[in-house]
Design a binder for this molecule. Structure first.
Ligand code: GLV
Length: 338
């Protein structure tokens, strides 16, 4: 007979939740104070079938952008009440399907804004000034003399910064460009910012055609939707300056990666910096071979502090909803009132 366990079983009567990806132990410990938690302790993405199986009987799920929550999954998981995405983007959720089933969806805005804007600027700088290309050259042992135009890149300060999508992160990029680098900032967004925010970002609204034609550095920060699919494809690339750089910190699918690879190969534009890709973690093979592109593995929000804040916010949403019927950052707040 085993010795009696003095630890009370706190899981009795607690709602069950699923954590679909490895997160920080501190965050799991917080969740375990409220819930009976089943957690993926690996970085492996569960297949849709596996996710559906593990969601049986679960009231909540903490997901990342890799887990698709669509109508079929929701229909197969009738106990599910809340899906908390650890990302500001939520294009992995079918939000109307969530709402129709009374499932609350949440995301993690604000906590990653400045960190992601920092990274947008890091990628812009690395791309314009050929940081990674020149580092590869050096590491390959090819640097044996000074040369007048060796890795001569594009100017950043004082140039025109274009921003497509002007939400919180876009505004962060704009502030960095305008105030830190003396750039002229132009943006295009479905809706214009109010005058005070435009003044704070020193940003001027222009049409998409003007944005493409005038930007020396074009940063994409718009959320992914079916309408935004291939917002930048061959036609748009053809309207950009041949000297321009393109930075994508938005989502794979916003850019037509095959068309971009063609444009980079033909030097139709000078260079690109990409943190997100169509079909990631796969990357279009042509992009991997081109020197004039900086490639990073979807890390724009990746500082430990910010990732911790994102995980905690996702956990807070689960706790608030399943214990009090509230949510901090709902995507479909109409579910709260229902
Ligand atoms: C990352 O891509 C996010 O949406 O937070």
């Amino acid at each position: 007979m085993s010795a009696p366990d003095s630890t009370p079983d706190t899981s009795v009567g607690q709602p069950a939740v699923l954590v679909a990806r490895r997160v920080f132990p501190e965050v799991l410990a917080r969740l375990r104070q409220h819930f009976d938690v089943e957690a993926n302790d690996t970085d492996d993405v569960w297949s849709p079938e596996e996710l559906q199986r593990r969601l049986q009987g679960k009231r909540g799920a903490l997901t990342t952008g890799s887990e698709r929550v669509g109508a079929e999954l929701l229909a197969a998981c009738p106990d599910l009440r809340v899906v908390a995405n650890m990302a500001v983007g939520f294009n992995n959720f079918d939000v109307p399907a969530c709402t129709a089933r009374g499932v609350l969806a949440t995301n993690t805005p604000d906590v990653l804004t400045e960190t992601t804007a920092d990274f947008g600027f890091a990628l812009l700088m690395a791309t314009a000034r050929r940081v990674t290309e020149s580092e590869h050259f050096l590491r390959a042992g090819l640097w044996n003399r000074w040369s007048v135009d060796m890795f001569a890149g594009a100017e950043v300060h004082g140039t025109t910064l274009g921003i497509l999508g002007m939400g919180r992160i876009g505004q962060g990029v704009a502030r960095r460009g305008a105030h830190g680098f003396g750039m002229k900032v132009i943006y295009h967004n479905r809706s214009r910012l109010d005058a005070a925010t435009e003044a704070e970002c020193k940003a001027t609204w222009v049409s998409k055609a003007e944005l493409l034609a005038q930007a020396d550095h074009l940063v994409l920060v718009l959320p992914y939707s079916a309408q935004a699919h291939h917002s930048v494809g061959a036609a748009e690339l053809a309207q950009m300056k041949p000297s321009a750089t393109l930075i994508n910190i938005a989502r794979g699918g916003i850019v037509d990666d095959a068309a971009l690879a063609q444009a980079l190969k033909a030097r139709r534009i000078a260079a690109a910096g990409l943190d997100v890709f169509e079909g990631e973690p796969r990357v279009h093979p042509d992009l991997l071979t081109l020197p004039n592109v900086v490639l990073t593995p979807h890390i724009a929000s990746a500082t430990l502090g910010t990732r911790m804040a994102m995980a905690n916010l996702a956990a807070d949403n689960l706790i608030a909803y399943l214990t009090e019927g509230k949510a901090l950052t709902p995507v479909n707040p109409e579910v709260l009132g229902a």
